[in-house]
Design a protein around this ligand. Structure first.
Ligand code: ARG
Length: 458
């Protein structure tokens, strides 16, 4: 038999394959709460405007509340024949309240209905993401404070470059996740317009009040163009873009955690709660959570590309292609929530092995730049000459198999006569980091300023 919602012109129902490719109830049932909220606001507005009677409105609101509790109690029977969440709820409403249910869809289309439901869902997800990012930032601020003085090697090309503090390294991630959070806030502002009332694409002849529904649903204002409203999925793309960038940040951190926790580096020890053992090698403690965070990035970035590709050739206004928006967003959101929670746990719990970090910071001639800077400052050499002299000192130390600070004064003077014993004050890793007081630099005093700045904003 033909579809009870739109089957008037159809003699027979869809083929089984048609039903399968068309149905979205398997995933869009996730939108049930948003759908019911939207319908309640719409029915209330219709009655307020005299488009439906107060009596029908009351029946509709009551029926929708019943459906909400049925779904939340797991008693609702979802039907694939009814395609999607919108029609599943409307059909159940008809079972419950009879013909008044048919008045709910006045001055509305599934096109503005789905745009509304999905926007509401994405807005709530963005709010959850904002909270989760704040939690991760807070975890990093605590670790940074604790380790504002802990020296570690800073790297370029994953080769020891210059000593930094672990606190400073943590604060680099605070900056990244802080920008992600800012992007989330902007996205919430962008999507804060209510689609309901755009109807199929052209608006409606009924005397609706879109400002009233916008306000009831917590939007700043209604959207301005009905065609754009039912065609637009920018808000979903923006969520996925932001999630992708944040996932890339999480993935770089995950990669560092994997590297740092190897016995070869030994900079950190993951807690038992965030690592796993091997079923064959008893000595192993594996950073699986970090690896999975790194892998979730692939899924999240894939979702962005998938939806961009779905949208890229669509003429205005609605096409059924757009139904494919939801699984990408739901999957990315789930991955993102898990990744942020796992990362916050790992960062909070991990043990920082300050001895290992400090030993690594001092090796690999990490204070060579400090020697060059000393020659510029104290002996008046041009930086390029100082660079060359320091290169000679590194070569000498390498030949002797020792650190720069272990060369004798006589040996250093044989390279450049202007060098005095004062130079040993800058060759230690502590002196090196303490000297880097430039704004945003790694000196513990600077790192503490950065922490205070963020504490006031988190
Ligand atoms: N399930 C559909 C979706 O997710 C709802 C909108 C259907 N509109 C339509 N004109 N067929 O996009």
């Amino acid at each position: 038999s033909s579809n009870q919602m739109w089957g008037g012109r159809f003699a027979s129902g869809p083929s089984a394959i048609m039903e399968e490719i068309n149905a979205s109830i398997g995933f869009d049932k996730k939108l049930y709460a948003q759908d019911i909220r939207g319908s309640k606001a719409h029915a209330t507005m219709l009655a307020h405007q005299g488009i439906i009677s107060a009596e029908d409105k009351d029946k509709i609101l009551h029926g929708l509340d019943t459906i909400l509790s049925e779904i939340e109690a797991g008693q609702f029977v979802f039907s694939r024949k009814l395609e999607d969440i919108h029609m599943n709820i409307e059909a159940r409403l008809a079972d419950l309240i009879g013909s008044a249910a048919g008045r709910l869809h006045t001055a509305r289309s599934r096109n503005d209905q789905v745009a509304l439901d999905f926007r509401l869902w994405v807005k709530e997800e963005l709010q959850r993401t904002e909270q989760a990012l704040s939690g991760l930032i807070a975890a990093f601020l605590d670790r940074a404070e604790e380790h504002a003085d802990t020296v570690m090697p800073g790297f370029t090309h994953l080769q020891t470059a210059q000593p930094v503090t672990f606190g400073h390294h943590c604060m680099a991630y605070v900056e990244m996740f802080g920008r992600d959070r800012q992007r989330v806030r902007h996205a919430i502002e962008h999507l804060d317009e209510s689609p309901i009332g755009a109807a199929a694409l052209a608006g409606t002849g009924y005397p609706i009040d879109r400002h009233m529904t916008a306000q009831a649903l917590g939007f700043r204002e209604p959207t301005r163009n009905s065609i754009d409203t039912v065609s637009d999925r920018d808000f979903a793309l923006e969520f996925l873009s932001i999630a992708s960038i944040a996932a890339v940040h999480l993935s770089r951190l995950a990669e560092e955690i994997v590297i740092w926790s190897t016995p070869q580096f030994g900079f950190i020890r993951l807690s038992d709660a965030f690592s796993t053992g091997s079923s064959i090698m008893p000595q192993k403690k594996n950073p699986d959570a970090a690896e999975l965070v790194r892998a979730k990035t692939g899924r999240i970035n894939g979702s962005l590309i998938a939806l961009l590709t779905v949208m890229k050739g669509l003429p205005l206004a609605y096409s059924k292609d757009m139904q494919e928006d939801k699984e990408q967003v739901f999957d990315a959101a789930e991955s993102m929530e898990l990744a942020l929670a796992a990362m916050t746990g790992m960062v909070t719990d991990m043990t920082i092995r300050t001895d290992k970090m400090k030993a690594a910071a001092g090796s690999g001639y990490s204070t060579a730049t400090d020697l060059a800077d000393w020659l510029v400052r104290e002996a008046g050499l041009p930086f390029r000459d100082a660079h060359h002299v320091t290169g000679n000192a590194v070569a000498m130390a390498e030949k002797k198999g020792c650190d720069l600070a272990e060369l004798s004064l006589e040996e250093l003077q044989s390279i450049n006569a202007a060098i005095t014993a004062d130079v040993f004050n800058v060759l230690t890793v502590e002196a090196s980091v303490a000297s880097r007081k430039s704004f945003g630099g790694t000196a513990p005093s600077e790192v503490r300023k950065q922490i205070a700045w963020w504490r006031a904003r988190n």
